[in-house]
Write a protein that binds this ligand. Structure first.
Ligand code: NZQ
Ligand code: ZN
Length: 391
């Protein structure tokens, strides 16, 4: 296991009606003037926004609103949010929504305390300070409620990039699984796919002797394998939604990723798809992961065979571990398809003729020395082959 430091200071309030604590929690974490940031229409339609604002009023906390965050959140609204925070002397940001709303909130939080262009942080400058952020989560997926990460798309060139800093970890996150019952099935499934991707991207490590985190990841993958079909069959199943919601947090606050190298190739390859086609991130990952895994599996075939046996119930073929590894990848792919996720470029809305463009942005604009690094090093030729495998 590698040396590590781990700081995960978020306070969690989990369970039914927990959103009624929003006002009290904002106050507890020092907020007196809040920006309530939200998405398109779901939080308004469900009455959640009204309940959260009522709780702020009851706690005597003043607030301004900024809605309109789109999935794969854009820089335009971030600039607007930063201006609003400065004009209104906002000292706390409350995200009411999914990963997109939370990531947009984090970007505004960093930009509000910075004189330059907030995009500098998505260009590699470390975030050292940010306004405090709290979240009321409405979809189990990105794990942004417990992570220090934020992913934003710059409209100019549709560049989708992330930044990460402990300064961006939420002060508190309110997780009420019942709020996710209004999700369309496709979004529920995309969330499941993303959560499992966060687990797989950590499982694919080159660090030896990491049994504790291997076993934690396997346990969470098994939970998703059990609860995913239950929630798709019965969207009102509170207990299944509760298990998925907490698994989504644990999959990405990095408790399963400490002390080990991680992959993130699938995420990098997918981000080009959601940037260009505006598809759901988890749906893009469902198409990307099986292709990446098949392409890189011989780098450490026993690791793929291990997850195949321990999670997907495959029989270990000691003479041909690559057969077991491949069976595990196919089982995972079939699982995602059974939840309603797309299986290829066409179903995702992607186009084969765009592959050179996808590869150029992935490797030359967003990559390092023309490559992406993780479990293996992938150059332009590798990435081209991987995208072709998804067609
Ligand atoms: O805008 P509204 O109307 O709220 O609709 C949203 C949106 O259309 C809807 N939705 C959310 N909660 C709902 C609901 N509809 C009905 N009922 C509810 N309770 O669902 C749609 C998707 O929401 P979004 O926030 O985009 O989903 P998600 O949480 O999957 O976030 C995706 C973004 O997170 C980034 C992705 O790249 C993508 O931009 N990621 C962020 C990470 C992080 N910060 O740590 C890590 C991830 O790997 C990921 O890259
Ligand atoms: Zn993700």
């Amino acid at each position: 296991m590698d040396n590590f430091t781990f700081w995960s200071p978020t306070f969690f309030s989990f369970g039914k009606d927990s959103e009624s604590q929003a006002g009290e929690l904002v106050k507890r974490f020092g907020g007196s003037k809040v920006l309530v940031h939200f998405g398109g229409k779901s939080a308004k339609n469900s009455g959640l926004l009204d309940r959260v604002e009522k709780s702020l009023k009851e706690a005597g906390v003043d607030f301004v609103e900024l809605g309109g965050v789109k999935p794969n959140p854009r820089s335009g609204l971030v600039y607007e949010g930063i201006e609003l925070c400065k004009k209104e002397n906002v000292d706390f940001i409350l995200a009411v929504g999914g990963g997109s709303v939370i990531d947009s909130s984090k970007a505004i939080a960093a930009g509000a305390l910075y004189e330059g262009d907030f995009w500098d942080f998505y260009d590699g400058k470390p975030v050292e300070k940010a306004l405090p952020v709290g979240t009321v989560l409405t979809i189990a997926a990105a794990g942004s409620e417990g992570s220090g990460d934020s992913v934003i798309t710059k409209e100019e060139g549709m560049l989708k990039r992330g930044t990460g800093s402990n300064a961006l970890r939420p002060k508190f996150s309110i997780l009420n699984p019942a709020l996710t019952q209004t999700l369309p099935p496709y979004q529920t499934a995309a969330g499941i796919s993303d959560i499992m991707a966060h687990l797989y991207e950590r499982y694919l490590t080159n660090t030896k002797e990491v049994e504790v985190t291997d076993r934690m990841i396997e346990a969470l993958l098994l939970t998703m394998k059990h609860e995913g079909p239950r929630v798709i069959a019965d969207p009102d199943n509170y207990e299944a939604r509760a298990n998925i919601m907490w698994a989504g947090m644990m999959a990405h606050n990095n408790s399963c990723g400490v002390g080990r190298s991680q992959d993130w190739s699938s995420h990098n390859i997918e981000h080009e798809l959601s940037a260009l086609y505006d598809c759901a991130h988890g749906a893009g990952l469902a198409v990307t992961m099986p292709a990446v895994f098949k392409y890189v599996m011989n780098h450490d075939v026993m690791r793929f065979a291990k997850v195949a046996v321990r999670v997907w119930g495959c029989q270990m073929d000691f003479d041909h571990p690559e057969v077991t590894a491949l069976e595990g990848i196919e089982a995972f792919r079939s699982f995602l398809i059974s939840l309603g996720m797309p299986k290829n470029f066409e179903e995702l809305g992607a186009k084969e003729e765009d592959i050179p463009k996808l590869v150029e942005t992935l490797c030359r604009v967003n990559g390092n020395n023309g490559c992406i690094y993780g479990f293996t090093t992938l150059n332009e030729e590798d990435c081209t082959k991987i995208y072709q495998m998804m067609v």
